[in-house]
Design a protein around this ligand. Sequence first.
Ligand SMILES: Cc1noc(C)c1-c1cc(NS(=O)(=O)c2ccccc2)cc(C(=O)O)c1
Length: 130
Amino acid sequence: EEQEEDVLRELRLFLRNVIERLSLDRRFKAFTKPVDIEEVPDYMTVIRRPMDLSTLLTNIDEQRYVTVGEFMNDADLIWQNALEYNPDSDPMDRHIRHRACALKDTVRAMIRDELDEDFERVCEDVRESR
Ligand SMILES: Cc1noc(C)c1-c1cc(NS(=O)(=O)c2ccccc2)cc(C(=O)O)c1
């Protein structure tokens, strides 16, 4: 009902703001768009579920996330995929892994510092009621 829509709207606003701030950080430029298959032809043979910040934003607009936990499952794919696809010790791989770890820590810090746990609990109640 109306109260549920109010909660989900507030969740979308919070998540869009998180993504906006991440997208402004130059360290995360490679995570802003899907990996370009022209540039990285074998990417889809290694990574089963590609994810990036612009796709997260589309998912929010399509109201796919009812809880922050559901959002985090997809957001975690971004850095997990980067670690998986870039495992080698060469400088390029290390560089993308450092940025992937920075993304992981930055997202977690934002959620921990800015998400009210009572609000997340209300979102989980909405999820269970559906
Ligand atoms: C992400 C990712 N995961 O595996 C790899 C490898 C990357 C990755 C891919 C690219 N090239 S790209 O054309 O697919 C692209 C450019 C700009 C934004 C988004 C994608 C560049 C870089 C980089 O570090 O600059 C990294």
